[in-house]
Write a protein that binds this ligand. Structure first.
Ligand code: NAD
Ligand code: TYD
Length: 375
């Protein structure tokens, strides 16, 4: 095998797309998916590649320093792509300890295991940490009606092409996380950079905007709402639905990760996004129209499912990524227009109701009920 790499969190949403891409594209790499299989991890996401000879699954907690070190020694690991995390802001508000444990201590345990195994022989090694735009905090919404954004990408080239402010997240911005989730991710980013600055470990950090697409756990906005529209359940819109997120199709994120793992500069940070800002309420309307149309209902007939509920505590108003550095230096661009990606995504969830039912049964249902019913 040419390389032996660990991808952490490979049974989750983004991780499963990254594992699939690497297993299919690099038959001469050994791809080890290290995942604890929390509520968010699901091996069904990888059924199509699980029998490939260059793929191996290991059930392990990233906090298990001895286990990770031994795995690295046994498999002669020379690269880590680190996605494992607790990833849902609402859960972090209820249970911040778990977020500090996995996102901060877990990342530190991986870094320390890599440092012990590589032992200063950094040649050909790489520790690539996947982070989020949420570490930068929230941007102001200086143009609530929307203005023409400074760049158009394939993702934002549809009819809706707006920016809601003149400022964007660039790589040199000060970290200002607001939620326990983003605070834990910010902390993990600092540890990764500290391992480069202190020990010389070849690290890279990327901060990506909101992802959407197949296999996302249906507690996040897009898959949750598709499922609720299908079953004509209320759509709990936080606050006024005016918050803005910048959306990227998950396979475009996976392609960026592949490119940056192989060609990114050591110690650099790259922002990943598509200049594709949407107010939540506008996305929700697109979802309702799309689900209705694909189910043969009258387009828009489910608009009355929209239910405004108490706002999320500390709800960040606007996220908007400036990804020009990645586009300029490594030539990455989103491949899909947002409207095409949403159509593809809605079709996927409607065609995979078994997957949705499996991951949302049992404990999840109790959690969901306690989360939303009492609002
Ligand atoms: P996810 O919640 O769908 O998946 C997380 C995966 O990590 C699951 O498979 C889970 O079992 C595993 N995991 C959790 N704790 C673990 C532990 N202690 N040890 C080993 N495995 C563990 O998350 P996602 O949406 O795929 O996000 C992946 C990464 O990308 C995260 O680091 C997240 O911060 C980052 N990110 C996500 C988005 C987004 O929009 N989803 C955007 C930018 C960055
Ligand atoms: P989410 O998918 O949780 O991603 P993040 O909080 O990491 O951006 O939420 C996306 C947006 O949708 C965010 O502004 C919160 C909002 N939202 C709702 O209005 N209702 C919901 O039920 C959920 C899950 C999210």
């Amino acid at each position: 095998m040419k390389r032996s790499i660990i991808i952490t969190g490979g049974a989750g949403f983004i991780g499963s797309h990254v594992v699939r891409l690497f297993v299919n594209k690099y038959p001469d790499y050994k791809v080890i998916n290290l995942d604890k299989l929390t509520y968010a991890g699901n091996l069904d996401n990888l059924k199509d590649i699980e029998d490939k000879p260059n793929y191996k699954f290991v059930k392990m907690d990233i906090c298990d320093f001895d286990g990770v070190l031994k795995l690295m020694q046994d498999e002669k690991v020379d690269g880590i792509i680190h996605l494992a995390a607790e990833s849902h802001v609402d859960r972090s508000i209820k249970d911040p300890f778990t977020f500090a444990q996995t996102n901060v201590m877990g990342t530190l345990s991986l870094l320390q295991a890599a440092k012990c195994y590589w032992d200063g022989n950094w040649e050909g090694k790489r520790f690539y940490h996947i982070s989020t735009d949420e570490v930068y905090g929230a941007l102001e919404m200086t143009n609530p009606e929307g203005i023409k954004p400074p760049f158009t990408t394939k993702a934002s080239s549809g009819e809706h092409h707006l920016a809601y402010g003149s400022k964007f997240f660039t790589e040199d911005l000060k970290y200002q996380p607001h939620s326990p989730y983003s605070a834990s991710k910010a902390s993990s980013d600092h540890f990764v950079r500290a391992f480069h600055d202190t020990y010389g470990m070849p690290t890279i950090v990327t901060n990506c905007s909101n992802n959407y697409g197949p296999y996302q756990f249906p507690e996040k906005l897009i898959p949750l709402f598709i499922n609720n529209i299908r079953h004509r359940k209320p759509l709990p819109v936080y606050g006024k639905g005016e918050n803005v997120r910048d959306w990227l199709f998950v396979e475009d994120h996976a392609r960026a990760i592949d490119l940056i793992f192989h060609q990114g500069k050591i110690a650099e940070t790259y922002n990943i996004g598509g200049f594709n800002e949407w107010k939540n309420i506008d996305i929700i309307k697109v979802l309702i129209n799309t689900v209705d149309r694909l189910l043969g209902r009258k387009e828009g007939e489910d608009m009355d499912l929209i239910t405004y509920v108490t706002d999320r505590a500390g709800h960040d108003l606007r996220y908007a990524i400036d990804s020009t550095k990645l586009q300029r230096e490594l030539g990455w661009e989103p491949s899909l227009q947002f409207e095409e990606g949403i159509e593809k995504t809605v079709r996927w969830y409607l065609d995979h109701q078994d997957w949705v039912d499996n991951v949302t049964s049992g404990e999840y249902q109790k959690y969901y009920d306690s989360m939303y019913k009492n609002r």
